[in-house]
Design a protein around this ligand. Structure first.
Ligand SMILES: *[C@@H]1O[C@H](CO)[C@@H](O)[C@H](O)[C@H]1NC(C)=O
Ligand SMILES: *[C@@H]1O[C@H](CO)[C@@H](O)[C@H](O)[C@H]1NC(C)=O
Ligand SMILES: *[C@@H]1O[C@H](CO)[C@@H](O)[C@H](O)[C@H]1NC(C)=O
Ligand SMILES: *[C@@H]1O[C@H](CO)[C@@H](O)[C@H](O)[C@H]1NC(C)=O
Length: 512
């Protein structure tokens, strides 16, 4: 506390060296300013120490931008700042542990309520309502998984002006990412939303919803407030949700269709986990298209990596993040977001939203008028366990592995003290990867590592826009030209030929 007071005092002293005020006045002003400063700092929800570190060190603008091998002076400086933040985070966690979590609540910024002045009714609409609003036919389907989760998935069965109301044979299943839902794809509207683009070029479009999100928050026997309900990660999604949804669509299509799977973020993690363990789905699907693919996690910029070192203490992490649902507005997240935001100068509404904070986006590619509707739909819900699972992947650099229950838990669960890796070499489905240089979660190194392990790679496409980030695959202003054009081109490869009955495409046909 000494230092900021000294700073204020020095400022005052300099200001008053010319005003020759009596000493007592200076003292009054000094204490007045100090208390104002303290009030100011407290209303911002920060500790004084924090304020000092921030104001003296300045905004850590390069925190997320630099690597761990500093070469230039500039890099070294930024590296030092990163270490500083890491240290602070460690102290912070230690304090929180000692104080039973209280510290987080006092230190993190206060939760801000947003009154959306915008009266746009779309903010509160469900995915099917939005689809209808955009002039398309929408369907909702209920799928029950083998382990009893009740999922609601959505569908755009045919194009807007389709002459016959019959769904095309060509089928695409879109799977959202972490904290997302089917609405993610719909939000950009008919011109820019991927489902609409696919519908217009003749696809029967299905939109999955993962267990626990807005549309799939139900179970045949488990209460949604119970730990038993939230006791899942992307692993269970890969073992139960994806197979159930795929089987259901196959049934509706009378086994006549081959599904093109298009995943974003966690939607790709679950795909890779499924294809490597339930290998029959390599033959059931037609091809996989992975946007911002996440499997190996060695080289992240997302603040989620700050949690990694605590990932072996699951109990503790669950205590901090919320035991069941990952509560998007909890204080840890606000703490993380404060850093992401100070560093990146994001506006507050974005800073408070877990999706933006954990995943990253590019400001220039972001259409600000979508913000109210985005904030109305995301985060859509995720289990804390899923975040812990990701944190474990980050900690075990380069191992794409099943959930780590600790040595004795693993022995019980898997029969080995270490969790098994997903056997990526078992994936034989033709797969195209779409990545970008600035992706906070899916770095070039990790995506390339995945690509070279695929048995039937279609292509690794790097978005030709340097700042393109994780979320931009969904909402970027130029996503249609930067990403979807290429996606369509790859999707259509081998589809138009005379030998394509769309039911028995040889995997090699669409190989580039
Ligand atoms: C203390 O600061 C407030 C706000 O800046 C001002 O209105 C008030 O007059 C000050 N009091 C003294 C004693 O300087
Ligand atoms: C949580 O899931 C694991 C793995 O499926 C299982 O072993 C454990 O019994 C579950 N715990 C509860 C309380 O449901
Ligand atoms: C931004 O979103 C609005 C609302 O969907 C849309 O009308 C507008 O065309 C979009 N702007 C750009 C540049 O994509
Ligand atoms: C279709 O398949 C047959 C037999 O495999 C082959 O002879 C023919 O050239 C193929 N046609 C096209 C258009 O690929």
């Amino acid at each position: 506390m000494k230092v900021p007071i000294l700073v204020v005092f020095t400022v005052l002293a300099i200001q008053c060296s010319e005003c020759s005020a009596p000493w007592s006045d200076v003292l009054d002003k000094f204490s007045n300013k100090t208390s104002h400063l303290l009030d100011f700092v407290r209303t911002k929800g920060r500790s004084v120490k924090q304020f000092y570190v921030d104001s003296v060190q300045g905004k850590l603008t390069t925190y997320f931008a630099k690597n761990d091998n500093p070469s230039t002076e500039y890099d070294k400086e930024s590296f030092k700042k990163q270490l500083g933040i890491k240290r602070k985070f460690k102290d912070y966690m230690a304090q929180a542990e000692a104080a039973q979590n209280q510290v987080f609540d006092s230190m993190a910024p206060k939760k801000v309520e947003y009154d959306c002045e915008d009266d746009d009714p779309a903010i509160h609409m469900t995915t099917p309502q939005l689809i209808a609003l955009h002039g398309y036919h929408a369907e909702s389907h209920t799928v029950v998984t083998e382990d009893g989760y009740i999922l609601t998935i959505h569908r755009i069965p045919f194009a807007k002006k389709a002459s016959s109301k019959v769904s095309p044979q060509k089928t695409a299943l879109l799977h959202h990412g972490l904290l997302g839902s089917s609405a993610d794809w719909i939000i950009p509207g008919p011109q820019k939303g991927l489902p609409y683009i696919l519908s217009e070029v003749g696809y029967d479009v299905w939109l999955a919803n993962v267990r626990g999100n807005t549309y799939s928050r139900a179970h045949v026997s488990r209460n949604t407030d119970s730990f038993a309900f939230w006791n899942f990660t992307f692993h269970e999604v890969s073992q139960f949700d994806l197979p159930a949804v795929i089987d259901y669509i196959m049934e509706i299509k009378n086994g006549q269709a081959k599904i093109n799977y298009i995943g974003h973020s966690m939607g790709t993690t679950a795909l890779f986990a499924m294809l490597s363990t339930k290998t029959e789905y390599n033959h059931i699907l037609r091809a996989g298209f992975a946007l911002a693919p996440v499997a190996f996690m060695t080289n992240l910029k997302s603040p989620i990596r700050l949690l990694a070192k605590f990932s072996n203490d699951i109990e503790y992490l669950m205590k901090l993040l919320g035991a069941n649902e990952f509560l998007p507005q909890n204080s840890v997240l606000r703490w993380l977001s404060k850093h992401a935001c100070e560093i990146n100068h994001y506006e507050e509404a974005i800073c408070e939203n877990s999706l933006f904070v954990l995943c990253g986006y590019d400001e220039n590619q972001f259409n600000r008028s979508l913000l109210p509707i985005i904030l109305g739909h995301v985060p859509a819900g995720a289990s804390t366990r899923t975040l812990v699972h990701y944190a474990q992947e980050i900690k075990n650099k380069g191992r794409f592995q099943m959930f780590d229950y600790g040595p004795s838990g693993n022995l019980k669960q898997y029969g080995t003290t270490n969790p098994p890796e997903y056997p990526v070499h078992e994936i034989t489905l033709p797969i195209a990867l779409f990545s970008s240089d600035n992706d906070w979660l899916a770095s070039d190194i990790d995506v390339t590592n995945l690509y070279i392990q695929l048995a039937n790679p279609i292509e690794h496409y790097v978005v030709p826009f340097k700042e393109f980030n994780h979320i931009d695959f969904l909402w970027a202003i130029d996503a249609p030209t930067l990403v979807y054009d290429k996606l369509l081109q790859l999707l259509e490869k081998g589809v138009g030929g005379a030998n394509n009955s769309y039911g028995g495409i040889d995997a090699n046909v669409i190989r580039v």
